[in-house]
Design a protein around this ligand. Sequence first.
Ligand SMILES: *Cc1c(COP(=O)(O)O)cnc(C)c1O
Length: 431
Amino acid sequence: MKLIPLSAVALCEELQQMPQSGLEIFAMFNVNDIRKDFPILSRKVNGKPLVYFDNAATSQTPQQVIDAIVDYYSNYNANIHRGVHTLSQEATDLYEAARKKIQTHFNAKFSHEIILTSGTTHGINLIANGFSSLLKKDDEIIVSALEHHSNIVPWQMLCERTGATLKVIPMNEQGELVMPEFDKLLTSNTKLVFLNHISNALGTINPIEYIIEKAHAVDAAVLIDGAQATPHIKPDLQALDVDFYVASAHKMCGPTGVGMLYGKEKWLKKLPPYQGGGEMIAEVTFEKTTYADLPHKFEAGTPNIAGGIVFGAAIDYMNSIGFDTIATYENELLEYATAQLLSIDGLKIYGTSKTKTSVISFNLEGIHPYDVGAILDKLGIAVRTGHHCAQPIMDFYKIPGTIRASFAFYNTKEEIDALVEGVKKAKMMLA
Ligand SMILES: *Cc1c(COP(=O)(O)O)cnc(C)c1O
């Protein structure tokens, strides 16, 4: 059994501290016990047991996280940071404790470097908006060819506002970024580089350590979209020395509508607020408003209080399983599924990097991905079909889209067998 890719291992503190063999990990890991934590996994879809392989779009929610939502609304519901009354103080304490939990999990230096957002998209827009005031004509910003639309469009809008130029790190046939081309794109005019840690469409793990180091050498800031990485690995933000890192709770067993933006203190101090409103002010008069300290400067209005607190519960849940265990088990699923799917004639996998996570994007020759997805749904198998919010990648391969099966630690080899049977059936019906 191959262990997780080196670039991921390097970031996995626990792995470095206590190397475990695959066997030891599996002695502690019982997928059937874990599945009992997820009520939805025992439901039927179209009369068949649900096989949920759309984890890259959103993960499922364990009972422990559902309980945390119920507990908040049953016992603590109040607005935070404002009231003198007990409930408000308790809700505030829980919310701030969640922020600290997120800080600890990602190893940020200060808890005020963690901004609670509505998700990855919000975090990226917040930074893109802030850079409007820092960029000028002739400045350059660099994106990768492997991005989610939410890490492309806000930057195009930024370029329109400022006259800065957007450059793109190209990808190769395996779905990897071409690093020598990145080296050529970097100049003294480069102000910002932004890319995902792991591609949602192909699963490629990008060499972000290299990119951060090179970008810093020309004084450019780096934003990493960690939406697809944080369900699989535990990034160490101080070790990475990254300037901004964004993620969504709903891809890591948490609720929708909440996420985190990490920003180095020096950057968050420098950037202007994104939205104006309550919570983010120190003093307001009609002549002048002064802004609150970090993190509140970037948290206008009543936040998703329950979401923030429950994000903390989701992180606790994932850590109770352990990211080393998760990575090892998911890699096993990836290797098994890759081999089984490739045994089907005419099936092509897109994204074949040696460093990838448990995402398989594929097509059957001459068959539209949507048709395969519809047949799989009839069999109770949830996959995603289409461009996965990454049209430039589909354009690169000259395809309309793919079928994407993305696995989580609560999936099984039996479920993969069901997928393979389903794909064979679809092929027979559609060919
Ligand atoms: C899911 C995803 C996003 C968008 O996340 P939201 O929660 O919809 O804001 C951005 N980038 C990547 C790589 C993703 O996987």
